[in-house]
Design a protein around this ligand. Sequence first.
Ligand SMILES: [Zn+2]
Ligand SMILES: [Zn+2]
Length: 260
Amino acid sequence: MIDAHVHLERGPYTLDWLNQFIEQAMKNGITELRFLEHSFRFHEFQNIYSGIVAHPKYGGYQSGWLKKRCVMPLDGYKELIATAQKTAFPIKVKFGLEVCYFEDMEAETSAALSGFNWDFLTGSVHWIDSWGFDHKETKGEWAILDVDVVSRRYYEIMIHLVESRLFTCLAHPDSIKCFGCSPKSDFSSVYNTLAAALNSSGMETEISCGLKVNYGLDEIGLCKPLLSALRANRVKLVTASDAHAPQDAGRFIAQAAAML
Ligand SMILES: [Zn+2]
Ligand SMILES: [Zn+2]
């Protein structure tokens, strides 16, 4: 079994910290573990976040959020990768990034990604027109917005992410439901367009346990209509915990794998 989405960010970039994730993942039956760090950690990506800092309503909060996180150059992570590549692990280990996608920042993103041979690159929609829809601090926006309109925009951005061809994997394609808000209208044609785009770009996407691991929702993976659109378009699916701590590595992956 694969866990394609594990973050090291809450600890040091050392082999000891890495091994804690590997040990727990192995207890959960994982044979391949993919580590990825958020783009917002690294100075090289700071400029792609200029829109969220300038957001008329949430710019203040979001700029403080970014300042706390964007704290280092990529070098420290690259050094850990170089050390890990010389180390024998009991399971397969890969390294990449989880990159926030902004429609107007493709050139800047591509520039920040160049010059390093990543095993994989995962693209994420975490921001809808510069609003961090999955932050509890700005959650109040959900009460005044139309869930169907927000969800349509979320998938529109996601389709542009896929069409950008910047990434090899699309992260958590159902994360818009993080606070339990699901669209009421029929989204089958939206899901089909997304699935067809994934197919033609050759990208894979996740059956993510993130809603359960990080938001406490009683739900694993993808809603049924999205899963069937992905299946109908033969999109490659990969299981992912979205763990941010060793104890979550490989968590619920067996349940997610049962959906494959
Ligand atoms: Zn994410
Ligand atoms: Zn993540």
